[in-house]
Write a protein that binds this ligand. Sequence first.
Ligand code: WT7
Length: 636
Amino acid sequence: MSDTPLLTTPEAFREAYDRSVRDPEGFWAELASTFRWHKPWSRVLSWNFDRPEIRWFEGARLNITENCLDRHLETRGDQTAILWEPNDPSDPTRRYTYRALHTEVCRAANALKELGVRKGDRVCFYMPMVPELAIGVLACARIGAVHSVVFAGFSANALADRIQDAQCRLVICSDTNQRGAKAIPVKEVVDEALASGCPSVEHVLILRHTGDPVSMTAGRDLWWHDLVDRQEGDCPAEIMDAEDMLFILYTSGSTGKPKGVVHTCGGYMVYVWYTFLQVFQYRQGDLYFCTADIGWITGHSYIVYGPLLAGASVVMFEGVPTFPTPARFWDIIDKHGVHQFYTAPTAIRALMALGDEWVEGHDLSSLKVLGSVGEPINEEAWHWYHRHVGREKVPIVDTWWQTETGGILISPIPGATPMKPGYATFPLPGIQPCLVDNEGRLLEGPVAEGMLCFRFPWPGILRTTYGDHERCRTTYFSQFPGLYFSGDGARRDADGQYRIIGRVDDVINVSGHRIGTAEVENAINLHPEVVESAVVGYPHDIKGQGIYAYVITRHPVPDTAAFRKEVLAVVTKEIGPIAKPDRIQIVSGLPKTRSGKIMRRILRKIAAADFSGMGDTSTLLNPEIVEEIRAGAMKV
Ligand code: WT7
């Protein structure tokens, strides 16, 4: 793979970008040709954004794990593929070479086969950040099964919904988990999810991780070590069509339940590999560390697939940034000599608030690139990251992308394009963004502000939403015909650099986690005392956005503290602790238009403690309510 040159100069970038627009098929075909394919494509790209129907490398056949693992055995079999750093720093680090990882993936793949899992079957993962999660995911890809990883912070109900939607045959989990100082009863949550009725699940495969006792259901539950350890360390790869499904990953939108974003084998492979190499300027011998969880797309694309496709050495971290101390990230960077470090603004802000002393005294001189992802990075956090972690010489890549985009779309490339605090800057080669106004009119000229859309497909774009193609069309491709709509607003400066403003839909970004307001409202409404609720985001110093809930109750609430606690419990049970409202205000009504629509604009302003002009409230059905809510908000 060393035959793909890194873009290290502005000229090289310009040339690559221009070619990618002039001749996208030639551009991507050339990159794709460095991989191991069993059959070449008959057509590089066919697409139609209206249906939508997008096919990359049509007719080609491959297995992504051969490109992640087998291909590296001769050249770097003994190189570290995954270096695992446990939650407790006094526990031993684990290291998997490419050869060892290949063997473990094959064992796990053979185990899946023994359980009857076949090509196209869905397998759900509900696991902490342990190497077996990466191994299990790759084992699925090895045999053509589709993985659906559910972040282990979601509740039993949320897990059950996702298992049901994808009709998973198998669930893979651990016994329990230790995150920081907190113990999480992982298997118990799985049991609870399955008890609520997930008839598609035949087996649960459990990794003994902490050694805590768990209850086992005879005939259904099996131990990973009983099944996997006795398998052969070799497993032929299932040869897949480039457009066969690789994985499903659930994500929240503005309406209804989370949807299963579907990515396919060939295009995703080429895209995450290329973007990993360019954005992080990864060179052989470097050690790369991404702090994301594999339960999110960042972990899929930039812990598992991207780095392994590039033959990189990647640090996988089980714990949290503040355990045992807020120096944990910097300890890991110094301990192993990390070259590229990729984290989220929320972590940077939280660490920044705990004081510079935790980062000072660390060497950190191995660092070459710092990355940020998941939410806008405010300038204060950017400068702190740059000064205290990057020592004012390490470039920062503010990478903008989404679960649906598969990989990074807008980001600086160190050395090749400039960086600018608060800006994701320029689109990567192959990416054609545009801004449109509310009516879908294209905003010309460099300087503009509008909805961020894309007019041409890239290999990593989502293909559908699982089991509901129409939902994919209406969510992303119908608002502005002929364009992919991201749901984000953005500004473009005179140089053509993009600054992401944030979601323009009813999605809240809490600590880089995407939460649909409708989901939280549906959960709150399950409380028997709740008549109606409205949930909005508001600026939050650490989390980026906090969750603000306005709630109408059936009767006057005698003990508001107790009531708030109950509401939090309901949300935790339905979705998980990440969706818990930070503020709950009991109101007697919600501002509504004559057609019955909640005026969220007003609620957002009040939640942000912005009590200046509420705009025109004369069209409201109940304009008097605004004053009541405003007065009440001061007391929340
Ligand atoms: C949403 C996607 C991308 C992987 C993690 C999140 C926001 C993401 C940035 C950034 C400003 C960002 C957007 C986007 N977002 N990266 N660098 N600057 N905003 O994936 O859960 O699918 O969320 O995260 O609002 O739409 P996701």
